[in-house]
Design a protein around this ligand. Structure first.
Ligand SMILES: O=C(CO)[C@H](O)[C@H](O)COP(=O)(O)O
Ligand SMILES: [Fe+2]
Length: 228
């Protein structure tokens, strides 16, 4: 059964008060906390890593949805598992040769494995990872170029969501970048059920309202698709 998941991106939070920001988001109804891990190499921005996840884990039992925008995801599996990460989503662009080993390691450490695609990466590149004997459990379709929050949503990326939803009706499909009340209909109707949103939630005077509306809209499209 598909579930609507709303995951505020903590990249848009006040990093100096990460624990209280995380608590605030959970109180506002967030399902997951999305943690953007950037190495300054795969993307031109540098954020956090396992030490910060470890510190945050001491303050919250929440699902920590880690999005690895790094050149060497393998190096982060063990440290992030020890730190208390819940989901580990790597990018296919840097994992073409070792995704099988990566997925195996991520699962063996008790994390949920996901694969992400940049806007220019064809969706077919993740089919083998979904059809393998040891498949990934989520696909994260980037709806902006990875690296920064607050960017403009790229609607053409939703073709990939449509293709994935048609082929894999019960797959967790996450979208990330430029999602908010003005773009959620497009993403949800294409078939996304996990919604990452940074600036639209943290920039709102009423984040609980935004989270609950995003969730309601995603759920409403589950019913539309069943009727089609
Ligand atoms: O992965 C990301 C950027 O690479 C972030 O998760 C994303 O940009 C969220 O921020 P916003 O909703 O403001 O676009
Ligand atoms: Fe992200």
């Amino acid at each position: 059964m598909l579930k609507a998941i709303i995951a505020p991106s903590m990249l848009s939070s006040d990093f100096a008060n990460l624990a209280s920001e995380a608590e605030r988001m959970i109180e506002c109804g967030a399902d997951w906390l999305h943690m953007d891990i950037m190495d300054g190499h795969f993307v031109p921005n540098l954020t956090i890593g396992a030490p910060v996840i470890q510190s945050l884990r001491k303050h919250t039992p929440a699902y920590l949805d880690c999005h690895l925008m790094v050149t060497n995801p393998m190096d982060h599996v063990e440290p992030l598992a020890k730190a208390g990460a819940s989901g580990f989503t790597f990018h296919i662009e840097v994992s073409k040769d070792n995704w099988q080993e990566l997925v195996h390691m991520i699962k063996s450490k008790g994390m949920k494995p996901g694969v992400s695609l940049k806007p220019g990466t064809p969706v077919e590149e993740v089919f083998p990872l979904l059809e393998s004997e040891n498949p990934v459990e989520m696909v994260l379709v980037m709806t902006v170029e990875p690296g920064f929050d607050g960017q403009k949503f790229l609607p053409e990326t939703l073709n990939k969501v449509c293709v994935l939803r048609k082929k894999y009706p019960s797959l967790d499909i996450e979208v990330d970048g430029g999602l908010g009340l003005s773009t959620i209909d497009a993403a949800a109707s294409a078939g996304a059920n996990c919604i990452v949103a940074g600036s639209s939630i943290f920039g709102s005077q009423n984040p609980a309202y935004v989270i609950s509306l995003l969730s309601k809209i995603v759920t409403s499209y589950f019913k539309v698709r069943v009727r089609r």
